[in-house]
Design a protein around this ligand. Structure first.
Ligand code: RP5
Length: 213
């Protein structure tokens, strides 16, 4: 398969899926796209560094990754992941955004790095009115992600915070799925409990013993 054919086959696949009219329960709820696979550690989370969207969705909120559009996994709530470059594969970006709603997505999380991080903002413009949550993969990407003109909305998180983008996406989904609301509350309870435990431990052991443990 040539380079052009490999992109075109993805475009053809997305367009065919948009025509399938699959039941909503069987299509991915969240689409995660990124400008390059070099963004994956930020967008998914890295084993050695900060957690990301993949981690919170799968470990905390009960989502599964859907890797075959026509064969959904067990979980009721799913996401899919693609590399889509605004500058290297503009036709693929256009098709992904344009078909997203017909393919059953409810929200897109789009991340890109560099100074021309245009994937989130262009995807938001094309996929409108589907909500898009932008993730600047690096600090230098923030301005190009969030700098949208009036009338062209994009929700965005701070640089590198794909974890929060996933939480925001699930907040949107939770408006029509009460079980997701419960999972979000349980996650938040866990956060509070962890802070309470570490605070008590630090206070009761004292700083030196706490550091040494
Ligand atoms: C951006 O350029 C991508 O989102 C990535 O963050 C950056 C560098 O991409 P690679 O050269 O590593 O593929 O479009």
């Amino acid at each position: 398969m040539t380079t052009a054919q490999s992109v075109q086959s993805l475009i053809d696949r997305l367009e065919a899926q948009a025509q399938m009219d699959r039941p909503a329960a069987e299509t991915p709820d969240i689409g995660i796209i990124m400008g390059s696979d070099s963004d994956l550690d930020v967008m998914a989370g890295s084993e050695t560094g900060r957690q990301g969207a993949y981690d919170v969705l799968t470990e905390q909120l009960g989502f599964e990754e859907q890797t075959d559009y026509e064969a959904p996994p067990e979980s009721q709530f799913t996401f899919e992941t693609f590399v889509v470059s605004a500058h290297r594969t503009p036709e693929l970006m256009y098709t992904y955004a344009e078909t997203a709603e017909d393919r059953g997505l409810d929200v897109i999380i789009a991340g890109a790095g560099g100074k021309s991080a245009d994937l989130p903002n262009m995807t938001a413009s094309i996929a409108y009115p589907l909500p898009v949550i932008g993730v600047p993969v690096q600090e230098k990407s923030v301005d190009s992600v969030i700098g949208m003109p009036q009338g062209a909305p994009l929700v965005a998180v701070d640089a590198g915070k794909s974890f929060n983008a996933a939480l925001s996406a699930v907040q949107l989904l939770a408006r029509k799925h009460p079980e997701l609301r419960e999972r979000l509350l349980a996650y938040h309870d866990g956060l509070q409990q962890a802070v309470g435990e570490v605070s008590r431990d630090l206070h009761e052991r004292g700083t030196t013993a706490f550091r040494d443990q």
